[in-house]
Design a protein around this ligand. Structure first.
Ligand code: B1M
Length: 207
């Protein structure tokens, strides 16, 4: 019999085979796909986020959990479309112009997906016009930016300014090793998160 807690536990352990088997079993038994997502995959990823924030687990464990979650998501996706289950919202995510660091940004993307968002990942070296164009194209509610260099942090200010000038109804959130809450306040972004799990919490609060 399908066990949603077993799916959550398998995500936490990063056991992608069990995630896939249990998701298949749940769908075959007619469990609602939204429940498999919320009470299985997302519930597991939430625990991963909490443990990551508390430094009980580290980047490799998060990556393995995200890979396990992805195995489940691939099985669920066609059913989610059929059932009309909508993502919490769309987030356009990227590392800002001039910056090629993407490990933290990728973790943020995984946590956002884990929290039920659709993520449009623009990659690295993303300029303000691209953030804005992709946010419009995807109907995003949040523009999320990562920067790892003190020299590229001002690009975040440029994006925030461009979003405001455009009148685009999106929230801007920022993060990355050199970024701080006071920098967020200074440039007028809507939120700052110190780590990937907090970024997902922040995004949920903002929508
Ligand atoms: Co670079 N690098 N790097 N680097 N690199 C740093 C950042 C640096 C601190 C190293 C140092 O000098 N001690 C330094 C920056 C100094 C500064 O500006 N203050 C530096 C430098 C100088 C450079 C180059 C200029 C080096 C050179 O060429 N002379 C160059 C720049 C290239 C460019 O971007 N244009 C460069 C290049 C590289 C590599 C390509 C070799 C590689 C990147 C590979 C890749 O990303 N694919 C690299 C790496 C790996 C690092 C270090 C070692 C590790 C970064 C990392 O991935 N950390 C880094 C030193 C360090 O941090 N120890 C360093 C792990 C990752 C999980 O953490 O990205 O901070 P992080 O993400 C965290 C949080 O910050 C947060 O969540 C994540 C985890 O929870 N977070 C967000 C991130 N984005 C967020 C967004 C949010 C919210 C939270 O909301 C949207």
């Amino acid at each position: 019999m399908a066990d949603l807690q077993a799916i959550a536990d398998a995500v936490i352990k990063g056991d992608r085979n069990t995630v896939a088997e249990q998701c298949k079993a749940a769908l075959a038994e007619g469990v609602l796909v939204g429940d498999v997502l919320e009470k299985g995959l997302i519930a597991g990823m939430n625990v991963v986020g909490v443990r990551f924030k508390a430094n009980e687990i580290y980047v490799p464990e998060v990556l393995i959990a995200a890979r396990a979650m992805k195995a489940g998501m691939e099985l669920l996706e066609p059913h989610l479309k059929e059932a009309g289950v909508k993502p919490v919202g769309t987030v356009v995510l990227g590392t800002v112009k001039g910056d090629l660091h993407d490990i933290g940004k990728n973790l943020v993307g995984m946590m956002l997906q884990g929290a039920g968002f659709k993520v449009v990942d623009l990659g690295t070296d993303v300029d303000a016009p691209t953030f804005i164009a992709k946010a419009k194209e995807s109907g995003a509610r949040i523009v999320a930016m990562s920067a790892l260099l003190t020299t590229t942090m001002p690009q975040m200010a440029a994006v925030v300014k461009a979003v405001k000038a455009d009148g685009l109804a999106v929230k801007t959130i920022i993060g990355g090793a050199p970024v701080t809450q006071s920098y967020c306040d200074e440039i007028g972004a809507d939120g700052y998160a110190p780590d990937a799990a907090s970024a997902a919490d922040l995004a949920r609060e903002l929508v």
